[in-house]
Design a binder for this molecule. Sequence first.
Ligand code: C5P
Length: 404
Amino acid sequence: MATAELAGKHLVLGMTGGIACYKIAELTRLLTKAGVTVQVVMTEAATQFITPVTMQALSGRPVYTSQWDARIANNMAHIDLSREADAIVIAPASTDFLAKLAHGMADDLLATLCVARDCPLLVVPAMNRQMWQNPATQRNVAQLRADGIEVLGPDSGPQACGEIGDGRMLEAGATYEAIASFFAPKILSGRRVLLTAGPTFEPLDPVRGITNRSSGKMGFALARAAQQAGAEVHLVAGPVALETPWGVLREDVQTAQQMHDAVMRSVAEADIFIGVAAVADWRVDHASEHKIKKTADRALPTFSFVENPDILASVAKLPHPPFTVGFAAESVDLEMHGEQKRVRKNVPLLIGNLGPLTFGMDDNEVVLFEASGSTRLPRADKQTLARALIAEIAKRLPDTSLIR
Ligand code: C5P
């Protein structure tokens, strides 16, 4: 979980009545761990599901529930609580509260805070599927969107009532991601990004194969940063044990050939291609159909290899390539090999790191190679670095009007 992106932000976290209140304990923990000041305000109904004591302990601040709370000096909690806030997040947002918001009602502290706010408002609906589908709710949600209120979710799936459908609140982790995404500058808005990430796996037989130690962390971090920057993101991933970043379309592949084919199928729609995967250079000519057995005379198996397609070079060679970015992991002489590789692969931008030392690690230091020279970025964790790299890529894009 990235932290720096929300550090220093101040949120009013408004809780309304619903069983999904239990998710807000975890959300509060994630937000405070990321350096966010969380001011919890609860409706009377919310306090039936989880206590203000729990929420105070998790947020580290007193919880407000009443419009008549005299703890704020001027007795104006409904004004003052939102004045320091970067946003108000209503989670869970009940059917009733969405209706109130849509009509500008102000009959309790939280509703009044929302009407009196001068900051963005995000709502995270949580309700039974029939309540969500009810035409009145849908009318209210459309009105909220038209009023510039951000609606996060809802999710689909099993519900506390035992029914299955739309209306579940996003999980705490997904809510965190959606909030982080809301605050990220939309420097790739309207752009489509295609990425490869992770290792490839080249089978020798049905149970064995050749792979490498790429964890996929850098590629997944870039996919997440591009999504947060407003891009539509398609991630072609080799075998990795990582969660799909929120809002990203993921396609899983095993071999370099499959990765190549997946990229070639989608590249025509992409404005940007980033090849982060550590693609195997060779594969076994004919993988054995059955598990290779030890023989009585202990003869060693022999394999012949053929070269895999170079995905990055194939993309760069297209008649109308997207803005194409390569990665290079070098163990020595990065400065020299980086620029040589950029020219050889014919890409405008190549990002070099001193891997494979960085494989699997959480931080990294990279150098950008381009025709005009090289630029070193400061060492940082991969999420921070991914945001910096997306900003660097965005700066170098041709004007949208000039894009194919
Ligand atoms: O040649 P090398 O593997 O060092 O090049 C690294 C860059 O080329 C990375 O961007 C990687 O994703 C890409 N690549 C590729 N297909 C290959 C080999 C590398 O797309 N077969």
